[in-house]
Write a protein that binds this ligand. Structure first.
Ligand code: FPP
Length: 254
């Protein structure tokens, strides 16, 4: 059952799922154990976003820079991605979630590419929630690939054409960008698309991030005033806008 919606719910939530490694190290476990626990947190988050009525969830699962981690961690994350795709596709399908993989898939193993394509095909008709998994993704890569695509097509580079050539052009920009794990950085995530996202930083390590933590972020978002470059007075419902929706009685005449 859907819980009650806050006054202002973000349509698109993006998350930097940080803190898996520290979660594992605190328990004297290998870092990969933290990533495995992170998958459980992601599953909870997908389910809660769908329940709350969020329409798009975009998560940073493997960055362009993560290749420089220890080889066993890189291969562990690749294996995790393959197994998540294998095991979770049916679950996503049952829950009406449409999966998109966002990033440079050319460097991934053929097996993972095939599983990705298969999971995207299997969930293509779903519309309850779109889940964008950013894998081998970087904001700078995205801007560069979009510009290169336009150059090859001989198109002029404008804000509109570049935006349309981006890897996330299939949806609106994120409204709320959450980073867990206590660090205050964007780390090359959605550099273009997050131009007007509201930022929310949580100290909770990703594997511990639960529905209540997500609710806290959504509630915080509901209290923000989004101005998009305008003044507070312009976006706040003032007398002029109130008149439009609630005309004063004397003006209603008889
Ligand atoms: C950052 O934490 C997290 C990652 C680089 C991987 C995120 C992956 C998952 C949450 C699992 C879902 C995975 C797939 C493949 C769908 P960190 O390792 O930088 O943590 P630290 O800052 O504590 O070291």
């Amino acid at each position: 059952m859907k819980t009650s919606l806050p006054a202002t719910l973000p349509s698109h939530v993006a998350i930097v799922m940080d803190g898996n490694g520290r979660w594992a190290q605190k328990r004297l476990l290998p870092r990969l154990a933290g990533h495995r626990k992170g998958v459980e947190a992601l599953r909870r988050c997908v389910s809660h976003c769908a329940e709350r009525g969020v329409q798009i969830l975009t998560v940073f699962a493997f960055s362009s820079e993560n290749w420089s981690r220890p080889p066993e961690e890189v291969s562990g994350l690749m294996g995790l991605m393959a197994s998540v795709l294998g095991k979770e596709a049916a679950n996503l399908q049952r829950n009406g979630v449409r999966l998109h993989c966002v990033g440079d898939t050319s460097r991934l193993d053929a097996d993972i590419r095939e599983r990705l394509a298969q999971a995207e095909r299997q969930t293509a008709a779903n519309d309850r929630l779109v889940l964008n998994i950013c894998f081998n993704y970087g904001g700078r890569w995205d801007i560069a690939q979009a510009a290169e695509r336009l150059r090859l097509q001989g198109e002029t580079i404008t804000e509109a054409s570049l935006g349309q050539a981006m890897a996330l052009a299939h949806g609106p920009d994120p409204d709320l960008l959450i980073r867990t794990g206590g660090e205050l950085r964007i780390s090359n995530f959605l550099l273009w698309q997050a131009a007007y996202a509201e930022l929310y930083f949580s100290d909770v390590l990703w594997p511990d991030f639960d529905a209540a933590d997500l609710d806290a972020a959504l509630d915080d978002y509901a209290r923000r005033q989004r101005r998009f470059g305008k003044t507070g007075e312009q976006v706040r419902p003032g007398p002029a806008r109130q008149e439009e929706t609630h005309p004063p009685k004397e003006k209603n005449g008889c």
